[in-house]
Design a protein around this ligand. Structure first.
Ligand SMILES: NC(=O)c1ccc[n+]([C@@H]2O[C@H](COP(=O)([O-])OP(=O)(O)OC[C@H]3O[C@@H](n4cnc5c(N)ncnc54)[C@H](O)[C@@H]3O)[C@@H](O)[C@H]2O)c1
Length: 328
């Protein structure tokens, strides 16, 4: 049994550093339920949205998750514009195309319907259209300058269609940076969606290989966040606002990570084998969001860190929908 008390070990920091004394949990609001995608029009209507930018990828744009979301916007008379050119495994170039779209189309809210690629692209488009800057300004150091997001961004509702990255709960946006053949990202609490609508109906059309790959992502998020360095072993920031989103494991993130691990162990095979198994698909959707809450606050570690240079070897990763795998 792992210890849940987080007494600082006192030997990892230099003499002028204090140990962290606190952790802070943050996540998006999450609504879970089969059929809940059809509520999104009412959500935007309620917030008085006059022009919603809808982000998705070319495959999903023809499938029920996007169709249901758009029908809901129309039924609630919410004006929208569609960007359906999200790239699976986004790059700096594909992100910048989405940013240009958001910058040149006035809007007051954003909807992302898709996997992590779509939700992450929508987060970047939201950030740079609200706070224009050189692309590398907000990108994590050392690839970028790691500047903090200067202020609030527009409300973003995320509807995941994979189970999944947990991107509907996190302030993280990941992409391939082509000039350096490196995978990197932008991470800031302000990027987090206002609401994640987690609807198990949306993974009915998920190809089995995507169900397997995205399910293993959940497994890695859960294991890595549960085994991350305890927050008390990390240095204390000068002021609370400088506390990073990835703070180390802590008693609350542990709950989410461990539950995600249990659900994944129980349901991943069934979700892979049978897209008609509603119980398994629902459980994997929940597991993805649970793991997102866990790793979005505790962080991940070596396996994700090591995957970035490996991803660089087969760069740029490109999704082949026919093969159901990433190809070079
Ligand atoms: N932001 C985060 O916190 C976070 C965490 C982990 C991973 N990521 C990033 O997310 C990206 C991967 O996202 P992903 O694994 O969700 O997949 P994805 O969004 O890249 O989608 C993979 C493929 O599956 C298709 N697809 C998705 N949902 C479908 C559905 N319901 N029916 C039919 N086809 C469907 C897509 O069209 C695409 O071709 C990577 O860039 C990864 O680095 C982000």
């Amino acid at each position: 049994m792992r210890k849940s008390s987080r007494a600082p070990v006192g030997d990892k920091l230099t003499a002028d550093m204090q140990h962290e004394i606190a952790f802070e949990m943050a996540t998006s609001s999450i609504r879970y339920g089969a059929g809940s995608t059809k509520e999104v029009g009412a959500d935007f209507s309620e917030m008085g949205a006059k022009n919603v930018l809808v982000f998705t990828d070319p495959i999903l744009s023809k499938l029920p998750p996007v169709r249901n979301a758009i029908e809901s916007l129309e039924a609630n008379k919410v004006p929208y514009q569609l960007f359906d050119r999200v790239r699976a495994e986004p790059t700096d170039e594909s992100m910048q195309e989405a940013i240009r779209f958001a910058t040149s189309n006035p809007h007051d809210a954003i909807l992302a319907v898709g996997g992590g690629s779509t939700i992450d692209t929508a987060k970047a488009a939201n950030l740079y259209s609200c706070w224009p800057a050189d692309f590398l300004d907000y990108v994590n150091a050392p690839v970028g300058k790691g500047k903090p997001v200067p202020g609030p961004v527009k409300p973003l509702i995320a509807i995941p269609t994979t189970a999944g990255t947990g991107s509907e709960t996190t302030g993280v946006s990941i992409f391939d940076y082509k000039p350096l053949r490196a995978k990197t990202g932008i991470a800031h609490r302000r990027l987090r969606p206002l609401l994640g609508i987690v609807d198990p109906d949306n993974t009915r059309t998920l190809p089995p290989m995507v169900a397997a790959a995205s399910g293993l992502d959940v497994l890695c998020h859960a294991i890595e966040s549960w085994t991350a360095m305890p927050y008390g072993d990390r240095p204390r920031p000068e002021k609370p606002v400088l506390r990073p989103a990835y703070q180390g494991s802590n008693p609350i993130s542990d709950l989410w990570s461990l539950e995600a691990l249990k659900l994944t162990a129980r349901y991943i095979r069934r979700a892979f084998a049978d897209a008609g198994d509603e119980e398994a698909r629902g459980a994997m959707m929940l597991a993805a969001s649970y793991a997102g809450i866990g790793f979005g606050n505790a962080g991940v570690h070596l396996p994700h860190g090591m995957s970035y240079p490996v991803a660089g070897l087969v760069f740029p990763a490109q999704w082949d929908p026919k093969l159901g795998i990433h190809v070079t």
